[in-house]
Design a protein around this ligand. Structure first.
Ligand SMILES: [Zn+2]
Length: 313
């Protein structure tokens, strides 16, 4: 059932409305408070749209077989609806990254108040999945990113999500203001998913993630339906990540497919000069490993990120 969880008058005769689609088991031979609950959230960054298709497909699959559900699944496609409507990453008018204001403040500015209400909304969930995408410049393989401090609790669940890669990253102060950090610190196991490219939808990645979410539900006894076998992701824990950056400006043309395995010296792409008709840089891999990030937007300047490679042990 689609319902409003928050509605706020705007100065221009509009309302800011945040909605969820709640799925509960059919019949009433259960007590709501005894059921496990998963929240799937997306659209906190308004220009990351992969989650829109994931929410659509997850809602569709759950609607199709309500009799197979044994827990509560709440789906929130748009935590920053004004950002989505106006093609902006942040919250329009405030020039604000909504994922830097959690846990919010009930006595703060409007957006801080919204953040505090969202934390209340999610606080009694067992799990949350916060779906992001990359930006317009870089394409990412489906991955889960976990903070090293919560890795021990989360890796087991991250591995259920049918992703290629679990990136365990170092703690950093800025991350303390994210939704995921706030929820993990109050005991809601929260996984941050990153996939694809900004402002686009990569249907096959989205379908895998839906399968992964259903797989997590099944593992937790919340879903009795069939799921496809999931991949065992590479976990970054002890592996080095190498970066390839542009040494010159120009037009980057990849010569390799994203998510390939590469070897030292292998050419990933070329930076060419459209005026001179010359190759300005051959971008080569320094290591053996998995090319998990690849430049999508062709125009580069000196220092632009071209690729990231996860080295083998
Ligand atoms: Zn994001």
């Amino acid at each position: 059932m689609v319902e409003e969880i928050l509605s706020l008058a705007q100065p221009v005769n509009e309302r800011l409305v945040i909605k969820r689609n709640r799925h509960v088991p059919v019949g009433n031979n259960y007590k709501t408070e005894e059921l496990k609950r998963l929240c799937v959230v997306s659209g906190i960054h308004g220009d990351e749209l992969e989650g829109q298709y994931i929410c659509y497909e997850l809602n569709r699959r759950l609607n199709e077989h309500p009799e197979l559900l044994r827990g509560i699944v709440d789906v929130y496609p748009a935590l920053n609806p004004m950002g989505i409507d106006t093609m902006q990453r942040g919250v329009p008018f405030f020039d604000l990254d909504m994922n830097r204001i959690f846990p919010g403040n009930v006595n703060g500015a409007v957006e801080e108040w919204i953040a505090s209400q969202l934390i209340k909304e999610f606080a009694d969930a067992d799990f949350a999945i916060d779906i992001h995408a990359s930006n317009l410049f870089l394409r990412e393989i489906p991955q889960v990113r976990v903070n090293i401090n919560s890795a021990e609790d989360l890796i087991e669940y991250a591995q259920m999500l049918d992703v290629d890669f679990v990136w365990v990253h170092q703690a950093s102060t800025v991350l303390e203001s994210t939704l995921a950090y706030s929820l993990n610190s109050i005991g809601v196991k929260t996984l941050v998913v990153e996939a694809g490219v900004g402002m686009r939808i990569t249907v096959d990645y989205c379908e895998r993630l839906v399968n992964g979410i259903l797989n997590l539900l099944k593992n937790e006894g919340m879903w009795l339906g069939e799921v496809d076998p999931v991949r065992q992701p590479v976990v970054s824990a002890d592996r080095a990540v190498s970066f390839i950056n542009a040494e010159t400006s120009g037009v980057f043309v990849p010569t390799i497919r994203h998510s390939s395995q590469v070897i030292p010296g292998e050419i990933i792409g070329r930076i060419v000069d459209p005026f001179e008709g010359k190759v300005k840089q051959e971008c080569v891999s320094p290591v053996i490993g998995l090319l998990f990030t690849l430049r999508e937007y062709p125009i580069v300047n000196e220092g632009s990120l071209i690729a990231r490679i996860l080295g083998e042990n």
